[in-house]
Design a protein around this ligand. Structure first.
Ligand code: PGA
Ligand code: ZN
Length: 424
């Protein structure tokens, strides 16, 4: 049973405050979880409670959320069975009492939800992925490694937010990390040689002063080849344009490129990129408010490219159901803090899998050293994770945890590679 719950204010990878929660059980087991934070957030995400006092933390303080954990939430969950995650999460949702967890804050609620699961795993002396996923959890995810940053994650003119590499053609997760690291360093050398900055953005990928997606894709493809890998067969390309960020009044405004595209033109542009490069997956190709555009693009390229909904679904099970019904994409990005409890995130995964959709477990652009999502990716068996570049400890912590899990599973471990991209 839960004996005590506490929280503190720590800082995330962008230097902003965030919530860290501790849950201690009667047997002394400690679970600790830190809450991540997005920059290009979806409109329907659960509410991250910020203090809004401009004199402190530029308004981003989380003192109220921290106080809610140590106060109301601690009082409500003390004595509860930590092994009953669904019951605990239902109690947290009821205690908050609002549709988007805006009263207590999804940052307060999620911290306790995750810390409880971790405490329960410690108590049972099980690794988290096994506690959540059972004895059968053995699938190491295909990583989508974000090596060029743009959009809201960097101060360069690139309109699209993320250009990623996914080592589809290898046998182990550890080898996938090696391949990613090698390409990352080749890309660094190539960018430097071309006179570009090799400073990195929020997710540890380079943030060169490029303007078009083609330029970024050319650099990445060349780096893959120069490292000795085959673009497509060994390493696939993945993009997250984060299209909601530059969709205004029904038009896609490419500020860096200096062009405006209608929904149909934007979709045609993406379809062209998907065909011209070995692109295996595109996240948020269309804006969250452009469901018609989403439907049209899915009908057009959904048979040959994974189309993953991030802002459009916000990890919300009901929105995912609506997306499945209306043919909006074929894959769901799962970010635990978009929905606020572990149980709700797992329900979204189950709904997607039942429909034959794929799932990508994901970090946020503001992260911490917490590695829960690495275990979650293995626990759900979803076979895909998006957790940034091959640099910066907030990103590499997740890769390193997956390396440890693969080692621990030994012969039972299986690396998903490219096989998961078409699940149905
Ligand atoms: P965010 O971006 O964490 O800043 O929202 C990540 C994404 O769009 O996938
Ligand atoms: Zn996204």
């Amino acid at each position: 049973a839960i004996r005590g719950v506490a929280a503190r204010r720590i800082i995330d990878s962008r230097g902003n405050p965030t919530v860290e929660a501790d849950v201690v059980l009667a047997d002394g087991s400690l679970g600790r979880a830190a809450v991540p934070s997005g920059a290009s957030t979806g409109a329907r995400e659960a509410v991250e409670l910020r203090d809004g006092d401009p004199a402190r933390w530029h308004g981003k303080g989380v003192d109220r959320a921290v106080a809610h954990v140590g106060g109301e939430i601690a009082a409500a969950v003390r004595g509860r069975d930590a092994l009953d995650q669904a019951g605990l999460d239902a109690a947290l949702i009821a205690l908050d009492g609002t549709p988007a967890k805006s009263r207590l804050g999804a940052n307060a609620v999620l911290g306790v939800s995750l810390a409880t699961a971790k405490a329960a795993a410690v108590s049972l002396r099980q690794p988290l992925y096994r506690y959540l996923g059972g004895e059968g959890a053995h699938l190491l995810p295909l990583p989508m490694m974000n090596i060029v940053n743009g959009g809201a994650h960097a101060d360069n003119p690139l309109d699209f937010q993320e250009f990623m590499i996914a080592p589809v053609g290898t046998e182990t997760f550890a080898e996938a990390v090696r391949m990613g690291s090698e390409v990352f360093h080749t890309l660094r050398r190539d960018l430097l040689a071309a006179g570009h900055s090799t400073g990195v953005g929020d997710e540890g990928g380079f943030a060169p002063s490029l303007r078009t997606a083609e330029e970024a894709l050319d650099f990445v493809t060349a780096a893959i080849e120069r490292t000795g890998y085959r673009p497509g067969a060994d390493i696939g390309l993945v993009m997250d344009p984060a299209s909601s960020e530059f969709f205004r009044d029904g038009v896609y405004e490419y500020a860096g490129e200096g062009v405006r595209r209608t929904s149909a033109e934007h979709a045609a542009h993406l379809a062209k990129l998907i065909d011209a490069y070995p692109v295996v997956s595109v996240e948020d190709p269309m804006a969250e408010d452009d469901w018609e555009g989403w439907r049209e693009l899915t009908a057009r390229v959904g048979d040959r490219c994974q189309l993953t909904g991030d802002d459009v679904f916000c990890t919300d099970e009901a929105l995912v159901r609506e997306g499945i019904r209306s043919g909006v994409g074929n894959s769901v990005l799962v970010k635990v803090n978009q929905v606020g409890t572990l149980t709700e995130a797992l329900a979204t995964v189950a709904t997607a899998h039942e429909a034959g959709w794929t799932v990508v477990v994901s970090h946020r652009s503001g992260e911490t050293e917490d590695t829960t999502i690495a275990d979650l990716a293995v626990a759900t068996g979803c076979g895909q994770i998006k957790t940034g570049s091959l640099s910066r400890s907030d990103r590499t912590a997740k890769y390193n945890q997956l390396i440890r899990i693969e080692e621990e599973l030994g012969d039972a471990a299986r690396y998903a590679g490219g096989s998961v991209l078409r699940r149905a």
